[in-house]
Design a protein around this ligand. Structure first.
Ligand code: CTP
Length: 448
């Protein structure tokens, strides 16, 4: 019996897939189809796959051509599969020509001519092209523009700023460049906001009232009540309002939160997160508020693991800060402590002070260690008293997680419901703490 194996994503099954499977089947007597799992597929830059793994498996099943369907979950799996299933022929479409020649060592490799004129990417793009606009002046928006090119069904077309002179030149090439918010809103279906946090509330409200979706850099607002109100408004308008903390969309991060909650390190007693960066500030940046202080810039990211793991029901909080411009609430370093009934947490953030950017979650049986920079990690460890029990976990991370955040946003819009990467109560807690910092509530200054 000649065994044939082939792999693919098989998103929104089309005639190119069916023709490929027919010819693959004809190469032998038994056809095994490997359907690529979601996460793994990101590693090939194929993101915004529309169908779930189960739906894609069902699609392949419905062709009646596969004798066996397996899931492709990790890189290097092909060799394992070929040995395990005693495969004679490996085949894929000619778009992969040459890429799998290394498998010749294990079986025969056949590239089949790709069917012209059809692909999942095209189908996804025809389905809907979301026009996105950017709000703000930050250089970070250039990164976002670049990352958006990896996401199917999304194109960034406009920028709004009330200070156009400060917008990076790269962004001035977009189709619509304006300081008129109404003109901007009309030109787009969804917006990404990275303006100074004091402006968020009014801007988000206006965009939502126009029936457009919002992805907003954290903190969403500087007031818990306003944050709640905006989520309610989004719901009433049938729009998506999502908080942009890229770490929340990172696979390694979400896995470590799940592992921490699953009891792998016993009861959690402490969460300690540090995020710092050294940044040269231009003379009037602080004055013009075109840069964020460390509590705004890093605070939400550092609070994320604390609230995701321990919840937001802390009993006490204390903020100690080091201002460089007290009048404008501009700190270069801040430490926050949270006391819960059975646990404690502390975060350290700095934008002009450098420290080890690690995350440690301590439990009664062991601890999770995420090395610096933990907020864009692809790796973490579970560590125990007996080092032989330690475990290491690796996950692919591309583009610092920004592209995954964009994919989650597009999907939430397509599905008509909020993606639950960051729960609303976490967003509200972040808003409320950053607001306390902004208003000097519970803040001790170590320098004025
Ligand atoms: N395939 C093909 N002809 C097409 C499209 C795909 O022969 N027009 C083949 C691919 O070469 C591969 C298999 O079908 O062997 C599964 O392809 P997959 O990557 O899932 O589909 P694509 O349509 O190529 O997806 P995308 O557009 O996202 O690259």
């Amino acid at each position: 019996m000649v065994k044939v194996i082939t792999y693919g994503t098989y998103d929104m099954l089309h005639r190119g897939h069916i023709r490929l499977l027919e010819r693959a089947k004809a190469l032998g007597d038994y056809l095994i189809v490997g359907v690529t799992a979601d996460d793994f597929d990101k590693t090939r830059g194929k993101i915004n796959v529309q169908q779930s793994l189960m739906e894609r498996i069902d699609g392949v099943k419905s062709t009646g051509l596969a004798d066996e369907i397996i899931v492709e979950e990790y890189e290097g799996q092909k060799i394992d599969d070929i040995k395990k299933y005693d495969v004679d022929i490996f085949t894929v479409g000619s778009d992969w020509k040459g890429k799998f020649d290394y498998l010749n060592e294990y079986c025969k490799v056949v590239y089949l001519e790709r069917t012209q004129g059809v692909s999942s990417t095209e189908i996804r793009e025809q389905k809907r092209q979301l026009r996105m606009g950017l709000v703000g002046e930050s250089k970070y928006l250039c990164k976002l523009l670049k990352e958006s090119t990896y996401v199917n069904g999304l194109s960034i077309e406009a920028i709004y700023s009330d200070s156009l002179d400060d917008v990076p030149v790269e962004l001035k090439k977009l189709k619509t460049v304006t300081d008129n918010l109404d003109v901007f809103i009309n030109a787009v279906d969804a917006v990404y906001i990275r303006s100074f946090p004091t402006k968020h509330y009014e801007q988000i409200k206006k965009v939502l009232n126009a029936g457009k979706h919002v992805l907003c850099e954290s903190p969403i607002t500087l007031d818990k009540q306003q944050c709640k109100e905006l989520f309610e408004l989004a719901q009433a308008k049938g729009c998506i309002l999502m908080e942009a903390i890229k770490t929340a969309y990172n696979t390694a991060f979400s896995r470590l939160v799940l592992l921490a909650k699953s009891g792998k390190i016993g009861d959690i007693v402490s969460v300690d997160a540090t995020c710092t960066s050294l940044k040269e500030l231009a003379a009037n940046e602080v004055e013009k508020l075109t840069v964020w202080n460390s509590a705004f810039d890093w605070g939400p990211t550092a609070m994320l693991p604390v609230f995701e793991i321990l919840g937001t029901n802390y009993k006490l909080k204390r903020i100690v800060t080091h201002y460089i411009d007290k009048e404008r609430n501009f700190d270069d370093f801040t430490k926050m402590d949270f006391t819960y009934d059975n646990a404690v947490a502390s975060i350290k953030v700095g934008m002009g002070v450098k420290s080890e950017g690690e995350l440690i979650v301590s439990g009664t049986k062991g601890y999770i260690y995420v090395p610096a920079p933990w907020w864009k990690t692809d790796y973490f460890e579970l560590r125990y008293e007996n080092a032989a029990d330690n475990r290491r976990y690796f996950y692919q991370l591309d583009g610092e997680g920004i592209r995954y955040e964009l994919v989650a946003f597009v999907r939430a819009i397509d599905n008509g419901r909020m993606a639950r990467y960051i729960e609303e109560y976490v967003s509200e807690a972040i808003s409320s703490i950053v607001s306390d910092f902004h208003n000097g509530i519970d803040v001790i200054a170590i320098k004025n």
